[in-house]
Write a protein of this length. Structure first.
Length: 474
């Protein structure tokens, strides 16, 4: 009996062993396994996972479209930067709407510096026009195919339908040509952006020969510089540490030069405005609009010590200009650098001077008379300074500055027009002009809801260190 039990026990063990051997490839990745059951049961507590932001992971590019892009953008080729798009862009621009928006005439004085987004807006406007036109061509082409199939049901075969679609959207169709124009604009602008990004990186390298070598490496579909050619260049130069950072001896040399030749301290006293005044006084103005305009602008700058931009704010309308025979009052328009809602630039009070060559009253009157005929062509052009040739419009800060520059050059002063302000301030400091008098004329406070009274006795003269303190009263 014991032998039977043992035999039975051995049989069970053998059976269990056989079960295990017969399932060698069973997946034991389960969390727990119950060994007591004949068929092992797995206790599944689920699989833990982590989520990620799919929006921040770029999906792989379509291989067919990528190959087309490489050909269109001329990647890995030296011709990548010669994709021209200006002609195609001009064909897509239209007014109004499909071009960059103009600045309103009422606030054009606020346009200071270059508008870097204007060209980008122009590209977007042209592409918008192209996309809408493409949609229009697609709709009309499909509608024509539908109408043709309805009117000619007996001719509706696969060959005829193929020919009709090829006619509407084939290589010679307007839709195909429009697609070419659009891609020319987009790829040309992208090549321009790529070139700008590359130049920013190349400019950080001081060695001109390395800069030239990098310029010759074209971009690829992945990098601004084709990876294989860039690595070859880096290895030929001894590795990135050699040419990305200047040698220590170069730094020491620059430091030694800086110590041996220290930068000279700039004098706080600018050029002498009296030199310009003496030249203006000795040379009578010619009877030309250019001569009157540049002389008037220079005299007003030296008389007031204000910025060149402030001259663009002077108006001759009845609300901003008054000539009572002795004095001329000018109320500048809002827009000065220091103008705020509760504080405005002070008014200009110009008085006569015995020397007509530098008399601000005579010069302003002469300028208004000289520009009278040109003003008649444009309605509501009330700026004191206007252009002297070509299109009639208000004179910008750049135009007036160029006028003043010619006067400074003729009088022997090599300086910018904007330096007139510092020159007048330096002369005022040398003449010990009281600071209270300067501040009293610097800004005139205007309470909310109030305006200047152009005939008020409270309008102070312009702060002038030349005319006012040297009997050149204005």
């Amino acid at each position: 009996m014991h032998q039977q039990c043992a035999s039975s026990s051995n049989t069970n063990v053998t059976a269990k062993t056989t079960d295990v051997i017969e399932q060698p490839e069973q997946n034991n990745d389960d969390f727990l396994t119950n060994p007591c059951s004949i068929t092992p049961k797995s206790l599944d507590l689920g699989f833990c996972k982590t989520d990620f932001d799919e929006k921040k992971v770029l999906k792989p590019a379509d291989e067919q479209r990528l190959n087309q892009l490489i050909k269109l953008q001329h990647f890995n080729s030296s011709t990548w930067q010669h994709i021209r798009y200006k002609k195609a862009l001009a064909d897509m621009l239209a007014f109004p709407g499909f071009c960059n928006l103009k600045i309103n005439d009422e606030i054009c004085c606020l346009n200071k510096g270059k508008d870097f987004l204007a060209s980008t807006e122009e590209i977007m406007a042209a592409i918008t026009n192209a996309l809408l036109y493409q949609r229009q061509l697609l709709q009309s082409g499909l509608q024509e195919i539908v109408n043709w199939s309805h009117n000619n049901p007996t001719e509706l075969t696969s060959n005829n339908l193929f020919n009709k679609i090829s006619e509407m959207f084939g290589n010679s169709s307007p839709s195909y040509k429009l697609s070419e124009q659009t891609l020319q604009i987009v790829c040309g602008k992208r090549a321009e952006c790529i070139e700008t990004r590359r130049k920013r990186l190349i400019s950080e390298i001081s060695d001109k020969s390395i800069q030239a070598a990098l310029v010759n490496i074209p971009p690829s579909e992945e990098f601004l510089f084709e990876k294989t050619q860039l690595m070859s260049l880096v290895q030929s130069l001894g590795g990135p540490h050699y040419w990305l950072s200047p040698p220590q001896i170069s730094k020491n040399r620059d430091q030694a030069i800086g110590v041996a030749k220290p930068k000279s301290v700039r004098s706080f006293v600018s050029w002498d405005p009296n030199v310009v005044l003496e030249w203006l006084s000795a040379n009578s103005p010619k009877d030309t609009l250019f001569e009157i305009s540049r002389r008037t602008a220079t005299v007003l700058l030296l008389a007031s010590g204000r910025r060149v931009h402030d001259l663009t704010l002077l108006r001759i309308s009845k609300d901003n200009y008054l000539d009572n025979g002795q004095n001329i009052y000018l109320i500048p328009a809002f827009g000065s650098k220091t103008d705020r809602h509760d504080c405005r630039q002070s008014a200009w009070k110009l008085s006569k001077h015995p020397d007509k060559n530098i008399c601000p009253v005579s010069l302003v009157r002469c300028l208004i008379e000289k520009t009278k005929q040109r003003r008649s062509d444009i309605k509501d052009l009330d700026n004191l300074f206007i252009t002297i040739s070509n299109k009639v419009k208000f004179a910008s800060r750049t135009v007036i500055g160029n006028w003043v520059r010619t006067v400074l050059k003729d009088s022997g002063i090599d300086a910018s027009p904007g330096s007139c302000r510092s020159a007048v301030a330096s002369l005022g400091w040398l003449d010990n002009q009281p600071l209270d008098d300067i501040l009293a004329r610097a800004l005139q406070e205007v309470l909310p809801g109030e305006d200047y009274d152009i005939q008020s006795d409270n309008v102070l003269p312009c702060p002038s260190w030349i005319f006012y303190y040297r009997q050149f009263k204005i």
